[in-house]
Design a protein around this ligand. Sequence first.
Ligand SMILES: [Zn+2]
Length: 125
Amino acid sequence: MSGHRGVDLGATHDGVPVTAPESGTVSFVGVVVDRPVITIDHGNGLRSSFEPVESSLAVGATVAKGDAIGTLMPGHCGARPCVHWGVRRGEDYVNPLEFVLDLRPSILLPLSRGWPDPGQDDRAG
Ligand SMILES: [Zn+2]
């Protein structure tokens, strides 16, 4: 496994649809270790991975910004519903919040104070 890089975004409850932060192409859907994962290739070497997210999309499917890409499954933050979002540029992990702020400068505010922040981000183990 690749370790815990990225951010955990709180959700209202398990089972909510997870939406694409930007358009792209599904490059991976499956189970990594014991977690359902979906990866979206946004082009320009940028890929987003979401877990635990169960998706019925197939590799190669195209998604538009805001499209539902899967369903949030329980467990990543213990009893608190959350989705883990990692972003890579090439093979390097980048801060998803910068990615979001680039794309949606006036809409979203960061939920966490910084990145990386292992103390805050690793409570789920
Ligand atoms: Zn996480």
